[in-house]
Design a protein around this ligand. Structure first.
Ligand code: TRP
Length: 368
């Protein structure tokens, strides 16, 4: 088995990626990609997994594949260093899922806290739970092991998937011999990366709540979201009133995105965010000034991404080629893992004709 350092991570293509994705995972992926520490980096667009709760809406998944690839490319994912591929075009993943299903019990699957929460959220508890959705952690284990991933950078909500994957790996290796690589989760370092709230202060950015800032949003949309929707401190009515930082979305975003040099450029009254926070808490600093700074910082962060996206949008043929080539490469890799798995299970009947000898023996024994 390989001693290589291999990354696999993935996203469900259910919408454009937003600032929460950027702060929480995309930025990190680009850093990992450029660190030169990894032998292989793979990003899987998990369209099959997305179908497990979008069965009536395959068009949504189909159309968002291109959006997600464009988002990757525009933040700096470099296809010469990172393989971007599409799950449904990797049949080895389906086969692995089918074998792994026998290594988990339905009781174990029922205990997965993320899946449990999603079942409630999606109304599956009342409507009936699709078996495919219930089993998606098994399919995710297939994704991870098919790439021999050692490291899986994910959000905290994905820890139960990793735990389940590790159990499958251990069980498989115990029964069939050392075959699969045991992966480790890599979760965001700090609270800020873990969860950027929506502009309305709700825990998460979500399309249905309309509280996102998308990486592809125009400057004027961003301005509207910040000025029109973003929460500050409801007790901070007059400029002189002391302000509070807790639950203050403007400051949450500034904390996630602001660098000292932004102050030189946009608000030289302060050296850094700490100084500004102090003034805000003391009283005398208006929300308008804070929002204006944030709009500048957001624009500085997102403008290069928007420009890069426009470049790729104008060269959509290349985007197609990148995805097709990445997927072809991933198909080879995942097929090789499937072969290794089938060999370990001794169900590789048609690899060569050696099984004929076994058959001969069996037939002779029954003849006797
Ligand atoms: N479940 C992941 C999410 O919703 C997406 C995903 C699918 C994934 N396959 C993966 C993540 C493999 C990491 C590795 O975010």
């Amino acid at each position: 088995m390989s001693e290589k350092k291999i990354i696999l991570t993935g996203d469900r293509p259910t919408g454009r990626l937003h600032l929460g994705h950027y702060v929480g995972s995309l930025k990190r992926r680009v850093e990992l990609q450029n660190s030169g520490e990894y032998d292989e980096i793979n990003i899987l667009i998990a369209d099959d997994q997305a179908l497990t709760d979008n069965v009536e809406n395959p068009g949504k998944i189909r159309s968002n594949i291109v959006n997600v690839v464009l988002d990757y490319l525009s933040v700096g994912i470099d296809p010469s260093k990172t393989t971007i591929c599409v799950q449904s075009a990797l049949p080895a993943l389906h086969a692995l899922t089918f074998y792994y299903m026998n290594l988990v019990t339905t009781a174990r699957l029922s205990r997965n806290p993320t899946v449990k929460a999603e079942i409630q959220m999606r109304g599956f508890a009342d409507e009936g739970l699709p078996a495919g959705f219930f089993c998606y952690p098994v399919s995710q284990a297939a994704d991870i092991t098919a790439f021999d991933a050692t490291v899986v950078p994910v959000g905290e909500d994905q820890l139960p998937m990793l735990e389940q994957c590790r159990e499958i790996v251990e069980k498989f290796n115990r029964i069939y011999g050392d075959t699969l690589v045991l992966p480790k989760a890599m979760i965001p370092e700090n609270e800020m990366q873990r969860r950027l709230p929506g502009v309305d202060g709700k825990a998460k950015m979500s399309k249905s709540l309309g509280n996102c800032i998308y990486l592809s949003d125009s400057a004027s949309t961003i301005k509207k979201q910040v000025n029109g929707k973003m929460f500050t401190d409801p007790q901070h009515l007059k400029i002189e009133d002391p302000g509070h930082l807790e639950g203050n979305v403007v400051f949450t975003y500034l904390t996630a995105l602001c660098k000292d040099e932004h102050f030189e450029r946009y608000l030289p009254d302060y050296k850094n965010l700490d100084e500004m926070k102090e003034h805000y808490c003391r009283g005398g600093l208006g929300d308008g000034t804070c929002k204006k700074l944030l709009i500048n910082v957001l624009e500085e962060t997102l403008e290069p991404i928007r420009k890069e996206r426009a470049k790729w949008e104008a060269d959509i043929d290349s985007v197609y080629d990148i995805l097709a080539e990445g997927t072809a490469k991933a198909r080879e890799k995942t097929n090789a893992t499937l072969e290794r798995v089938r060999a370990a299970m001794r169900i590789d009947y048609f690899k060569d004709r050696s099984i004929i000898k076994e058959w001969d023996k069996i037939l002779k024994e029954t003849d006797k």
